[in-house]
Structures are given as structure tokens and as C-alpha cells.
Design a protein around this ligand. Structure first.
Ligand SMILES: C[S@@+](CC[C@H](N)C(=O)[O-])C[C@H]1O[C@@H](n2cnc3c(N)ncnc32)[C@H](O)[C@@H]1O
Length: 212
């Protein structure tokens, strides 16, 4: 099953940035900046962006951290990471991209101050999501921040229907429950879990910290 998912994302990587641009690159860039602001990432920190795709958040983090910190993006799609690396070279940024499954992160425990995830968590199967959240908690320092951004449920009936179909196709009914309210799921792994709307009202930010 994961093999097919990876294949799907490898193909998708050829269109991904163009599709995001259709939704307005500027708006999505601002949303990702907002995610980083809310994460509290500061110079000197080590940040991991899981399911990084073509690297939008990791590259923004690379700009924030400049020479004093480390930004790493992880994804299991080689196609997505190739696009991310091309962008990093084009901008001249030092950001590390690692090919790995988020359910088994190849990093030591307590390696990162912040872990981010943008518009990807609901695409994981319930089993992978639970394993991923456990891995995120493991690789964070005590008190470290996990922050994720997801779409709000669309209000227009047709778009809402298509959104539900996409959610169901990515896993099970459990995914719909997760997308409705992520907090109970995150509370199994993190403390101080909060949810807030992102600017524009179409996305939400869910944030928690690793218990000491
Ligand atoms: C919708 S894209 C989001 C990309 C990026 N975070 C963004 O905001 O543009 C979802 C990404 O999650 C990755 N992904 C899905 N399941 C994964 C897994 N188990 N391990 C690592 N990456 C995964 C896909 O390859 C894809 O790049």
C-alpha cells in the first residue's frame, strides 16, 4: 500500500507546485510563514519538517535559521525531494532533505526543537499517523513544539463532498474524525494542545509540546 502511495506522490511531484500556484502561491507562502511564526522557531534551533513535499516549509525555515540553526525536511517521495533540492540550490540555501518514512524517522531522540507538518497529516493512514506522532514526540527535545497546519472543512457542499471523498480515499473513516478535530489525537502524545484558525479562515493550526 505504501509503495503505491509513494508512487502516487512521485507522479504528483511533477505538478504539485503548479497546483499550489493555482490556489495562489502568495497566499500559501504566507500561510507557511504563519505556521513558522506560531511554532516559535528561533535562530539556533533545529527544525524538522515532516512530509515536506517540495520543501515549502523547510525552505522558509532555512531562511529564518540562516547560519545559526538547522532545517531538515523529510519525505518518502524521491520525486518531491528532488524538486525541494532543486529549489534549495536555486535559492542558495543550506537545508537538508532526507528520504524516509515519517513512521520511522532516522534521527536520534531529542534531536529537534521544533517539528512542523503542513497539509499532510490527514493524508496518512491511521496506523502511519499514530506511528508518526510517536516518532515526532521521540525526536523532539522535552518542551519542544509540534505544529501542524490542515484545511478546515470546506463550507460549500460540493467542495465539502470532494474533500470527504479524498479523506476517505487516504485511509478510513478515522481520517474524517481526525480532520474534524485533531486535538484528541494529538493529546495522546503532546501536552498544551491548542487549535486556531489561520489567516483567511480556510486552514487551521494545531500545536502541542512534548512533555518533559
Ligand atoms: C500534500 S503533500 C504536502 C507537502 C508539503 N508539506 C506542503 O505543505 O506543500 C503531502 C506529502 O506527504 C508525503 N508523505 C505522505 N506519506 C508519507 C510518509 N509515510 N512518510 C513520509 N512522507 C510522506 C508525500 O510524499 C507528500 O510529499
Amino acid at each position: 500500500m505504501k509503495k503505491w502511495r509513494r508512487f502516487y506522490y512521485d507522479i504528483f511531484s511533477n505538478f504539485y507546485d503548479r497546483i499550489i500556484a493555482l490556489h495562489s502561491r502568495d497566499k500559501s507562502a504566507r500561510l507557511r510563514e504563519f505556521l513558522l511564526e506560531k511554532s516559535g522557531v528561533a535562530p539556533g534551533d533545529k527544525l524538522l519538517d515532516i512530509c515536506t513535499g517540495t520543501g515549502a516549509v523547510a525552505l522558509k525555515a532555512g531562511q529564518v535559521l540562516a547560519d545559526s540553526g538547522v532545517a531538515v525536511g523529510v519525505d518518502f517521495s524521491r520525486g518531491m525531494l528532488e524538486k525541494a533540492c532543486q529549489k534549495a540550490m536555486h535559492i542558495g540555501l543550506k537545508v537538508y532533505f532526507v528520504l524516509a518514512d515519517t513512521a520511522a524517522l532516522p534521527f536520534p531522540s531529542g534531536a529537534f526543537d521544533v517539528v512542523t507538518c503542513s497539509h499532510a497529516m490527514y493524508e496518512l493512514s491511521p496506523e502511519t499517523r499514530q506511528a508518526t506522532l510517536a516518532e515526532v514526540r521521540r525526536v523532539l527535545v522535552p518542551g519542544g513544539v509540534f505544529i501542524m497546519m490542515e484545511h478546515m472543512q470546506p463550507s460549500k457542499p460540493l467542495i465539502r463532498f470532494l474533500y470527504q471523498v479524498r479523506l476517505a480515499s487516504m485511509g478510513s473513516l478515522d481520517n474524517r474524525e481526525f480532520a474534524r478535530d485533531e486535538r484528541p489525537f494529538l493529546r495522546q502524545f503532546f501536552q498544551n494542545v491548542t487549535l486556531e484558525a489561520a489567516p483567511g479562515g480556510r486552514s487551521k493550526i494545531v500545536r502541542g509540546t512534548r512533555p518533559a
